[in-house]
Design a protein around this ligand. Structure first.
Ligand code: 13P
Ligand code: SF4
Length: 339
């Protein structure tokens, strides 16, 4: 690549926004995998990936995990650069927890419907309405929203944390009303719920899944708690992505209908190669897919570019970072026993 092309390319790489990749030369196939691994060594980088990432990214990652496991890895890493293959709020949490590291995200447009629907200002007005309430917020939110919260939770530690909160104060739970409803039922706590949802999990159809179960009497339905109540009521097991993986691996059943983002099937098939895994059906009959459009914005090509040019980088104002860190640290403290 000529210096002129390279300079032009670099000048098109904003801190937050799209990578302009049309005029860059990007290795392909095995060369791309090798180039990413070479960059990892050269930059002392670690690649952290969520289970919903494209399979090729999962395969090249140093660590694959759920939101809690990824946050812990990001906090403890000694690498100089964290290439975070997940969505924006996850990479932002990594930066909040480990501010001296450079955190890059292959595509900053990898957002989340839950995070997009809940602002810090919104939580501030809820606090004004219920001044005595504790605000427990799902990690799927941006830094401003975290900064207005008392404690952050993930799907794997939410039940433990909610059970540990003082019983003489009401709980505001944001932004996922489906997870909130599930937790209220599990813990018996009254919760004031923010009206948000995950566009992927709310697309599962209870009627179509009930039919799938009837046609597959030897199968068990397993579901992520971001799914709607009627789907969760049909499920034999409800849990975070890592809990779903462990369940499939350890349970005696040989066939599972899986109600979560279908990227997880890649790791499930590796861990339980002889079991039959069927994606749960969604409302839209023309599409059997349950892909998160945001998670799938990340590609191997963009991973290569973000590591090579160290852009787009996650940056955060220090005053905001410190305010957002407090409820994340509260979460880590309250969930030491959760794996
Ligand atoms: P977990 O991996 O923590 O279960 O969360 C799933 C999710 O919402 C990712 O977007
Ligand atoms: Fe957000 Fe749902 Fe996508 Fe997870 S699967 S990133 S909760 S939109």
């Amino acid at each position: 690549m000529s210096t002129e092309t390279l300079d032009k390319a670099k000048s098109n790489l904003p801190v937050r926004g799209f990578l302009k990749i049309d005029d860059l030369i990007i290795p392909q196939g095995e060369d791309l995998v090798k180039a990413i691994l070479d960059l990892k060594k050269e930059k002392n980088a670690v690649i952290l990936a969520h289970y919903y990432q494209p399979p090729a990214i999962q395969d090249v990652a140093d660590f694959l995990g759920d939101s809690l496991q990824l946050a812990r890895q990001a906090k403890d890493t000694e690498a100089d650069m964290i290439a975070f293959c997940g969505v924006h709020f996850m990479a932002e949490a990594a930066k909040i927890l480990n501010p001296t590291k450079k955190v890059v995200l292959p595509d900053t447009q990898a957002g989340c419907s839950l995070a997009d629907g809940c602002s810090g200002e919104g939580l501030r007005s809820m606090r004004a309405q219920y001044p005595n309430a504790i605000i427990a917020t799902y990690i799927n939110c941006n830094a401003e929203t975290k900064a207005e919260s008392d404690v952050i939770v993930t799907s794997s530690n939410a039940e433990t944390i909610i059970k540990s909160l003082p019983t003489d104060r009401p709980i505001i739970f944001a932004p996922d009303k489906n997870l909130g409803r599930y937790l209220a039922k599990k813990t018996g706590r009254d919760m004031i719920l923010w009206d948000g949802s995950c566009i992927v999990h709310e697309a599962f159809s209870m009627e179509r899944i009930a039919k799938q179960l009837a046609e597959n009497p030897d199968a068990k339905l397993i579901a992520h708690p971001e799914s709607e109540t009627p789907v969760l009521d049909l499920a034999s097991f409800v849990g975070s992505t890592s809990a779903l993986l462990n369940y499939v691996e350890k349970d005696d059943c040989q066939k599972f209908i899986v109600a979560t983002e279908e990227g997880i099937l890649h790791e499930m098939r590796k861990r339980a190669p002889h079991k039959e895994l069927v994606p749960a059906l969604v409302f839209d009959e023309s599409c059997n897919c349950s892909e998160c459009f945001y998670m799938k914005r990340n590609t191997m090509e963009k991973l290569y570019l973000c590591m090579k040019y160290e852009l787009p980088e996650i940056l955060i104002n220090e005053e905001l970072r410190l305010r957002a860190l407090k409820p994340i640290e509260a979460m880590l403290d309250l969930s030491k026993t959760v794996k």
